[in-house]
Design a protein around this ligand. Structure first.
Ligand SMILES: N[C@@H](CCC(=O)N[C@@H](CS)C(=O)NCC(=O)O)C(=O)O
Length: 124
């Protein structure tokens, strides 16, 4: 218990190889899936975003990465922050475009733009 608190406060620095693996995993997730949600399993904003996507766009599979269930979760979160400027979860990508978090997703849905964004062909 104390050890796990210590390691979460002072994580072991990653080797360059581990960092490369993390970047490849994130970049590949974003380029290979129409919708990607970097999430935490206990996060209410994440649940709201995942529920909206499931209820409204269940036919478009979303790739969900629960950062709190992975050893490399905080390294992924650091990389996402470096890439997008956003540290909070959910961090959502649609057709490789970073659209933000749960509030941004909900605003896009309310304005009617989310459907267009999800339906739009990736290379159009
Ligand atoms: N307004 C943001 C709020 C997101 C938010 O506050 N998420 C919390 C988790 S519930 C967070 O990322 N906290 C920092 C962390 O977990 O590292 C949204 O709509 O996505």
């Amino acid at each position: 218990m104390l050890a796990s608190i210590f390691h979460s406060l002072f994580p072991k620095p990653l080797s360059p190889e581990e960092m490369t693996e993390i970047k490849e995993f994130v970049d590949n997730a974003i380029t290979s899936n129409h919708i990607v949600v970097f999430s935490k399993s206990y996060c209410p904003y994440c649940l709201k975003a995942k529920t909206l996507l499931k209820n409204e766009y269940g036919d478009v599979p979303a790739f969900v990465v629960e950062l709190d269930t992975r050893k490399d979760g905080s390294a992924i979160q650091n990389y996402l922050e470096e890439m997008t400027g956003q540290r909070t979860v959910p961090s959502i990508f649609i057709h490789e475009k970073h659209i933000g978090g749960s509030d941004d997703l909900a605003a896009l849905q309310t304005s009617g733009k989310l459907r267009d964004l999800i339906n739009e062909a990736p290379d159009s």
